[in-house]
Ligand binder design. Structure first.
Ligand SMILES: O=C(O)CCC(=O)C(=O)O
Ligand SMILES: [Fe+2]
Length: 262
């Protein structure tokens, strides 16, 4: 791993050391204040490019094209809202996905499986432990957004989302987010409506660099990736960890996300 992760800046290999603890504290503080932290330069120079080169042939030939018209909740309806409520405005997402089982023995999966990474993430999130998923498809996914493609506004199902940007596009593909647009107690449908109308001044934008590890509170922070332009696709890995071991998706979930159950 010492040829992959920049341990000088991000001492995941020295758990419990003063440097490790300082990094955990800094990350926790950013999560509390902004709902997000990112570790720019997490991967050593050239590693994101090498990881991308391993994945690109699979992405080019065997990815699942994901095209969906959805609302910000990714749900067909919200029982307490009429169907025409502006918080349920429809948006479109288009992208390409590959799953962990398609990239065995890759640099990317070796990072996902590096146990000190899960322990570091858990510490920053204030959790006792995080476990890799047992799902051979869902544990790690790579999403590509090509020219004209985008991930539209949504809230995530999980409390936190961990991504690693592998390749930045020529233009567009900006990560936009609105911290704490809702809370577990307050759905803030009026605020959601304003965001979808393009009238939320608190939206922030982040242009991530390849090799950056990003952690954000996606459950109540609305976020999207703006449309990509140019010939280079945006490629991002999403790592899935859970507080309990052995988590798998149902066949229906796999079909919905990946177009196949196994
Ligand atoms: O592509 C990104 O940067 C964000 C990914 C994301 O929001 C998700 O997978 O839910
Ligand atoms: Fe998300």
């Amino acid at each position: 791993m010492k040829n992959i992760i920049d341990f000088d800046r991000f001492p995941l290999d020295r758990e419990g050391s003063a440097d490790w603890t300082a990094l955990v504290e800094r990350s926790r503080a950013a999560l509390a204040a902004d709902g997000m932290y990112d570790l720019e330069g997490f991967l050593l120079p050239g590693v994101a490019e090498r990881a991308t080169a391993e994945i690109k042939p699979v992405m080019d030939s065997r990815s699942h094209e994901h095209r969906r018209v959805h609302n910000i909740y990714f749900k067909p309806e919200i029982p307490e809202l009429p169907a025409e409520h502006p918080a349920l405005r429809k948006v479109e997402t288009i992208g390409h996905t590959i799953c962990a089982d398609q990239i065995p023995d890759s640099i990317l999966l070796s990072i996902y499986e590096y146990a000190p990474l899960a322990r570091f993430l858990a510490a920053t999130m204030g959790k006792p432990d995080l476990h890799m998923m047992a799902d051979p498809l869902a544990r790690t996914n790579v999403m590509a957004y090509r020219s004209g493609e985008a991930l539209n506004w949504h809230f995530d199902r999980s409390e936190f989302t961990t991504t690693l940007l592998l390749q930045a596009p020529d233009q567009g593909g900006v990560f936009e987010y609105r911290t704490d647009l809702r809370s577990d107690d307050n759905p803030n449908y009026d605020g959601v409506s304003r965001l979808l109308e393009g009238n939320d001044p608190q939206v922030q934008a982040k242009r991530l660099k390849p090799g950056t590890l990003n952690v954000f509170r996606g459950k109540n922070t609305a976020h999207r990736v703006t449309p990509v332009a140019g010939s280079r696709e945006r490629m991002v890995a999403v790592f899935s960890y859970y507080e309990r071991p052995g988590v798998v998706f149902s066949a229906e979930e796999r079909l919905g996300f990946y177009g196949r159950a196994a």
